[in-house]
Design a protein around this ligand. Structure first.
Ligand SMILES: *[C@@H]1O[C@H](CO)[C@@H](O)[C@H](O)[C@H]1NC(C)=O
Ligand SMILES: *[C@@H]1O[C@H](CO)[C@@H](O)[C@H](O)[C@H]1NC(C)=O
Ligand SMILES: *[C@@H]1O[C@H](CO)[C@@H](O)[C@H](O)[C@H]1NC(C)=O
Ligand SMILES: *[C@@H]1O[C@H](CO)[C@@H](O)[C@H](O)[C@H]1NC(C)=O
Ligand SMILES: *[C@@H]1O[C@H](CO)[C@@H](O)[C@H](O)[C@H]1NC(C)=O
Ligand SMILES: *[C@@H]1O[C@H](CO)[C@@H](O)[C@H](O)[C@H]1NC(C)=O
Ligand SMILES: *[C@@H]1O[C@H](CO)[C@@H](O)[C@H](O)[C@H]1NC(C)=O
Ligand SMILES: *[C@@H]1O[C@H](CO)[C@@H](O)[C@H](O)[C@H]1NC(C)=O
Ligand SMILES: *[C@@H]1O[C@H](CO)[C@@H](O)[C@H](O)[C@H]1NC(C)=O
Ligand SMILES: *[C@@H]1O[C@H](CO)[C@@H](O)[C@H](O)[C@H]1NC(C)=O
Length: 453
């Protein structure tokens, strides 16, 4: 061992020694954790943390447990532990964990309700994550003493009833994630306007009616994401001054008319995710400039008309399908899609030819131009070596199927049916069935029954 590595070794040993000393478990904390373990039903063969909680190891070193320097438990991460059954509801299970600020039991199979004691007996609790379980019933309201709560994640459970009103009293609330439950009732967005620290608001996929009128978010300076899919919204909330917003999901609402052009300017150019699909928008208010960093732009299933919008250059997912766009595809369109993985503009009214530049969109995994009125030949895209799905069906494409399509080794779905293609079908290793080629009078050879002359 060289002197420098010895020194290093010494340093490490000293560090771990002092670390070990500082976090010796307190007896009462150990007893509480063991009692908690006793009250939790879990599958020992799938557990990696709880299963190792025993007397032979001091409790601050147990899996999922973190202590402070005084030996009090501060974090408890029991996610992915194959826990089933109910969350222990006795105050005695929680009360002594007076320094616990982080508790996660996410990704288990917890059933039953959210015990009131969890919210009232943990005075230091800041982060509570119970997402991806099977919890149900109403979230208890009133008498909530955990006013320190900053992050509450109940995503993907079966909670019912109204959104508990105590959340509006949590002055430091940062993340409220209630998506994919069965919450009902009306939510006035303006109530969130006084939660100055709000960073992420997620209410998607419940049975809520969100009222965005008069929502004044001008005091929210931290807002990063607002996920309000399937919220029966009839108006877009005013987000004009949100300078940090990166994610917007207003899909599957009742929004109509123009997509306001200011929406592309929120987040000072840092907007990365925009989902406005499944609404009744008819056009994009002009002039508009898509933010440069936008990764995901989903406008599908609206009633958008006019020319197809030129997407931002970094877009990974671009969905314009099921609209009423009526234009040609601009000659240079493919050059803009160089980093795009998914592009669909199926089921619109596009005319003209598929531009040659599409071969420059060589990152594409999915290309869907089906159900338009496109004419001319299938372009030469044998270079798209990552392409997995190509749907050109129900157009008016003519000419033969280019031999070089057989170079697409990743291609697992192909549909060129219902066009005006002709000639012999090239031999694809994948063995596509006749359903990939039907409805083209001039095509011949296997897998079609029609023989070539
Ligand atoms: C206690 O848990 C440790 C892992 O944390 C394990 O190696 C040991 O076998 C366990 N001892 C007993 C007695 O269960
Ligand atoms: C909110 O956060 C501030 C700063 O971190 C803290 O001083 C205050 O006590 C917190 N309020 C509550 C109710 O926890
Ligand atoms: C919220 O705070 C108000 C007053 O600040 C109080 O009247 C109300 O009971 C509180 N609600 C809950 C659920 O704690
Ligand atoms: C949604 O809530 C309404 C009442 O607000 C109720 O009539 C309807 O049955 C609920 N739908 C579902 C799917 O739970
Ligand atoms: C947005 O900010 C501008 C200037 O920073 C201010 O004049 C305007 O009132 C703000 N609008 C809203 C809705 O807060
Ligand atoms: C956009 O929202 C719709 C409906 O809520 C959803 O099905 C779709 O997957 C979302 N798109 C993206 C790219 O996440
Ligand atoms: C192409 O888009 C249409 C319309 O959204 C859809 O029905 C079809 O399944 C898509 N094709 C593929 C291969 O996903
Ligand atoms: C494809 O991109 C190259 C530059 O990488 C460019 O020279 C060429 O013109 C583009 N092809 C078409 C058809 O636009
Ligand atoms: C297709 O593959 C053949 C043989 O592997 C090769 O000669 C040809 O250059 C390839 N064409 C394209 C466009 O990649
Ligand atoms: C291709 O599209 C046509 C028309 O929508 C459809 O009938 C056919 O089943 C599709 N083929 C495949 C392989 O999905």
């Amino acid at each position: 061992m060289t002197s420098s590595s010895f020194y290093f070794f010494l340093l490490i040993s000293l560090c771990s020694f002092s670390f070990g000393l500082a976090t010796t478990c307190l007896d009462d904390q150990k007893e509480l954790l063991l009692a908690l373990k006793n009250n939790l039903a879990f599958d020992a063969s799938l557990s990696t943390k709880l299963v190792g909680w025993n007397q032979s190891v001091q409790c601050c070193d147990w899996g999922g447990v973190t202590c402070d320097e005084t030996g009090h438990v501060t974090r408890l991460d029991l996610s992915h532990e194959a826990i089933h059954g109910a969350i222990p509801s006795s105050q005695n299970n929680w009360k002594g964990l007076s320094s616990l600020w982080y508790l996660s039991m996410a990704y288990n199979s917890l059933t039953g309700s959210l015990p009131r004691s969890l919210l009232t007996s943990l005075p230091s609790l800041e982060d509570l994550d119970l997402s991806y379980n099977k919890l149900f019933g109403q979230v208890p309201d009133h008498d909530v003493s955990s006013y320190r709560l900053r992050n509450l994640d109940l995503t993907n459970n079966n909670f019912v009833g109204e959104i508990p009103s105590f959340v509006f009293n949590l002055s430091n609330l940062s993340t409220l994630a209630l998506s994919a439950n069965k919450f009902t009732g009306r939510v006035d967005l303006h109530k969130f306007g006084k939660l100055h620290e709000l960073y992420s608001l997620e209410l998607s996929y419940n049975n809520l009616t969100v009222n965005a009128a008069n929502a004044d978010f001008s005091l929210l300076s931290q807002l990063n994401s607002i996920m309000l899919a399937s919220c029966k919204m009839q108006a877009i909330p005013d987000l004009k001054n949100q300078s940090r917003l990166m994610m917007i999901d207003f899909s599957n609402n009742e929004l109509s008319g123009e997509i306001p052009n200011w929406i592309w300017e929120v987040g000072n150019g840092y907007l990365r995710f925009m989902n406005l699909s499944h609404n009744k928008f008819t056009r994009l208010e002009k002039p508009y400039t898509f933010p440069f960093l936008l990764d995901v732009l989903d406008l599908h299933s609206n009633n958008l008309q006019g020319d197809i919008p030129i997407p931002p250059r970094r877009v990974y997912i671009l969905d314009y399908s099921d609209n009423n766009f009526k234009s040609t595809i601009p000659v240079t369109f493919g050059n803009v899609l160089r980093s795009t993985l998914f592009f669909s503009i199926s089921n619109n009214n596009l005319v003209g030819v598929i531009p040659e530049s599409i071969r420059n969109a060589s990152s594409l995994r999915v290309l869907n131009l089906s159900r338009n009125k496109l004419t001319g030949p299938i372009p030469l895209i044998g270079n798209m070596k990552d392409l997995q799905s190509l749907d050109l069906s129900v157009n008016m494409l003519d000419g033969s199927i280019p031999q070089e399509l057989t170079n697409l080794t990743q291609l697992s779905f192909l549909n060129v049916s219902y066009n005006h293609l002709s000639g012999r079908i090239p031999r694809f290793e994948q063995g596509f069935s006749e359903l990939s080629f039907e409805g083209n009078e001039g095509l011949c050879g296997p897998p079609l029954k029609k023989r070539c002359p």
